[in-house]
Write a protein that binds this ligand. Structure first.
Ligand code: NI
Length: 255
């Protein structure tokens, strides 16, 4: 039994065969998934998936790249969706300094507001961090994100950054990159992360694991991520699947 803690199955990339992709993942043992809705378009499509499949849960939040598009009332919209029993986290939220669609100060404000919301309703957060390691740790600290914790999604930082996130109570989630030959850092970090803080994800349709790199990713491929994680940790596939699934169920409060 595997848990894909971060997927985008509502993406247009799946418009031709979404049902088949979801059923294939389930048949492959991926019996729980969290679909992530991150802006005005993907939050409603995420909620549709949650209604259609009992094994799909949702995270909803405003993505840092899209921070500039957040309007008055959107924070309240997210808050109201969090009352849905299958919305299990606020995210993905964070900082992304790779793309310049949203200025840094807007990203910071939108991130701080959403951490504040998460604290006020006691929901874990899903953090997207691209090329912003220092600022993300600083803002998580300043906003007391440790009160709710959550997930550093597709973790790509150093062990030093990892330790600071672990100290704040966060889980670290890994995906396709740990299957790449040249990805030294995420492999080394994964080996040091305590077992009870480890999560697996695909981030499909992105970050496709080896040997499908270059093709569209799908949730069923979380098995390839689990195999790589098991090897790096020196445990069996069954063991890594069991522990990471249990971690996800506990973090998301799923019975
Ligand atoms: Ni994502």
């Amino acid at each position: 039994m595997l848990f894909d803690t971060h997927t985008h199955l509502d993406s247009k990339d799946f418009d031709g065969d979404r049902k088949e992709v979801i059923e294939r993942a389930y048949a492959n043992g991926v019996t729980r998934m969290v679909n992530v809705g991150f802006d005005r378009e993907t939050i409603p499509t995420t909620m549709e998936l949650v209604e259609a499949y009992d094994f799909i849960y949702a995270a909803v939040g405003w993505h840092p790249v899209e921070a500039i598009t957040m309007q008055p009332g959107d924070l309240e919209w997210i808050e109201s969706l969090c009352k849905h029993e299958k919305v299990v986290a606020i995210g993905e939220i964070g900082l992304d300094y790779h793309w310049d669609k949203s200025p840094k100060e807007v990203q910071h404000r939108v991130l701080r507001e959403q951490i504040g919301l998460a604290r006020s309703i006691n929901m874990p957060i899903v953090i997207h961090n691209r090329e912003a390691h220092e600022d993300i740790v600083r803002i998580l600290r300043e906003e007391k994100a440790s009160e709710v914790g959550g997930i550093m999604h597709s973790f790509s930082g150093s062990w030093e950054t990892a330790k600071m996130c672990l100290d704040m109570g966060f889980h670290l989630s890994f995906g396709g990159p740990i299957t790449f030959k040249n990805a030294k850092q995420p492999k080394e970090v994964l080996q040091q992360v305590p077992m009870d803080r480890l999560l697996l994800e695909t981030d499909s349709p992105y970050l496709t694991p080896h040997p499908y790199r270059g093709k569209r990713n799908e949730s069923g491929h979380v098995r390839l991520v689990a195999e790589a994680a098991a090897e790096l940790k020196g445990v069996s596939l069954e063991e890594i699947s069991e522990i990471t699934t249990k971690n996800a169920l506990t973090l998301f409060g799923i019975r």
